[in-house]
Design a protein around this ligand. Structure first.
Ligand code: HEC
Ligand code: HEC
Length: 438
């Protein structure tokens, strides 16, 4: 995968590491260069500091969503998020698969909505930092993302006019205070949309272009309110933050914050296990796409991940450059300069953030691995990918250029695997891990 620092956010976090390094070095006398705080070198301390929640920049503004900062939008979005009437069977809402009590995911290998999906649900807190949404990044904003499940047959399975009618009936005042007058929907079909069943598509096709645009705008605005809510969700500190902040401040070890095995695991994570290569910054993700050779759920139809998503986001009527976006074209640099011609995108998935991961089994894009131990052993085994080329293997891709340079294999003893797993437990909110600490 190209190490293009395409997002300003990633660049920011890298610069933060550099800045920390410079500051640390500037204040260090020559003899203290090799000095250690709780056994960490200055370089390691800079990496540790880069993982702290304190280094998380403010959530970036999405210029394509003009209402995202408004409390009234957050409030409307929160209610839409939990409203199961926006589904074909009246039983599925966003919260069905993104349960606030389960880090906004569902704990299932693949999600169960009106139908059964083919991928694992994803947590929502922190997604405001993602340039690309979904495991394959086929949406370029939170509001455009929210529109997907509302029309997806396996998820909520609704259609555009039905959602607009319900919004007009149940949320008219809240809608109009944010977005202005609701267009006239009387006389429009109850069930019509461009992505539904044949009858819905036909009904959609016979509506006038103006009617279709009106309904699509109401639909887009619904997504914008939901996005405002999602972006308002705060990230809670973990035990790792408390430990790292203590090390950076030069305080003596706060006894019990991290156990020796967890500290050994942290050393591996930022060291020879090479995890920080991709899981970096305060959210423990580079927000990029990588093929790590995770076995497909259905070997007969391997998931091509990012490679099949770039055309979809480019052609999406709800993208940053589309008619329903509030951004000026120049504000859509990520989409305009999106990398889409790279073989490394085949079988590549978005690096998930690791905060809270120990309470979030099963793992990977289709829940293929049930435990964190299996995940760590996967990195050691580094199997060849079913499609594309795994970045963990050290064979060159067919015709691949030097960007798939030889990779140092990750070699870990059983004891080290156990320590890494222990470390992953420190990334959870404190109240979730108090009892788990060893
Ligand atoms: C049937 C279960 C289901 C429902 C209902 C559902 N989701 Fe999801 N959600 C998923 C799955 C599965 C994924 C990952 C799918 C993929 O990558 O193809 C996902 C991904 C996401 C992501 C991407 C997170 C990231 O890091 O990229 C967001 C945000 C999200 N959903 C929000 C919502 C919202 C908002 C709603 C309601 C409008 C909703 N979801 C309804 C299952 C569901
Ligand atoms: C080359 C980039 C890369 C490296 C190096 C890497 N990861 Fe990952 N990690 C990913 C990607 C991409 C996924 C999602 C893969 C998928 O679903 O196909 C992932 C998934 C995970 C998950 C599952 C997260 C969840 O939400 O369930 C864990 C845990 C994890 N990695 C831990 C580690 C550890 C520990 C290391 C070091 C041994 C490591 N990773 C090294 C890119 C990387």
């Amino acid at each position: 995968m190209r190490r293009l620092m395409s997002s300003a956010w990633l660049l920011g976090s890298v610069m933060a590491v550099m800045a920390a390094l410079v500051v640390t070095l500037a204040h260090a006398g020559p003899q203290s260069l090799a000095s250690t705080a709780q056994g960490w070198s200055n370089e390691e301390q800079a990496v540790l500091a880069s993982l702290s929640l304190k280094r998380l920049p403010p959530v970036p503004v999405d210029p394509s969503n003009a209402v995202e900062g408004l409390p009234a939008a957050v409030d409307l979005g929160r209610r839409l998020f939990g409203d199961a009437r926006f589904s074909a069977n009246g039983a599925v809402s966003c919260a069905s698969c993104h349960d606030p009590g389960k880090q906004f995911q569902d704990g299932l290998p693949v999600s169960q909505g009106v139908g059964t999906g083919s991928r694992r649900s994803m947590p929502i807190v922190g997604t405001g930092y993602s340039t690309w949404l979904f495991w394959d990044g086929r949406k370029d904003s939170l509001w455009a993302q929210a529109l997907g499940p509302l029309e997806d047959a396996a998820e909520q399975g609704g259609n555009r006019t039905r959602h607009a009618h319900l919004l007009a009936q149940s949320y008219r005042q809240d809608y109009e205070s944010l977005f202005g007058p609701m267009p006239k929907l009387d006389g429009l079909p109850q069930d019509a949309g461009p992505n539904g069943a044949a009858a819905e598509k036909t009904a959609w096709a016979v509506m006038t272009a103006r009617q279709r645009e009106d309904v699509s705008r109401v639909f887009a605005n619904m997504g914008k309110a939901i996005a405002a809510y999602e972006k308002s969700l705060a990230i809670e500190p973990s035990r790792l933050d408390r430990y790292v902040d203590g090390v950076v401040a030069g305080r003596a070890a706060d006894p019990g914050v991290l156990q020796p095995g967890e500290i050994r695991g942290l050393r591996l994570f930022i060291g020879k296990a090479q995890c920080v290569t991709c899981h970096n910054g305060p959210l423990l993700t580079d927000q990029q796409f990588h093929n790590t050779g995770v076995p497909p759920r259905d070997p007969a139809r391997p998931d091509r991940g990012r490679a099949d998503a770039t055309a979809r986001v480019r052609n999406d009527e709800f993208n940053c450059l589309g008619p329903f976006s509030d951004a000026r074209p120049l504000q859509c640099q990520e989409l305009r300069f999106m990398v889409d011609d790279d073989q490394a995108l085949v079988g590549a998935f978005k690096t998930p953030g690791l905060r809270g991961v120990a309470q979030r089994a099963p793992h990977m894009h289709a829940g293929q691995l049930s435990t964190l131990e299996q995940v760590v052993r996967h990195y050691v085994a580094a199997p060849h990918a079913a499609v594309g080329h795994s970045e963990l293997t050290h064979r060159h891709a067919g015709g691949g250029a030097a960007k798939h340079a030889e990779r140092v294999p990750i070699e870990l003893t059983d004891a080290e695997v156990a320590d890494l797993v222990r470390f992953l437990g420190t990334l959870s909110e404190e109240r979730a891990t108090v009892s788990a600490a060893r």
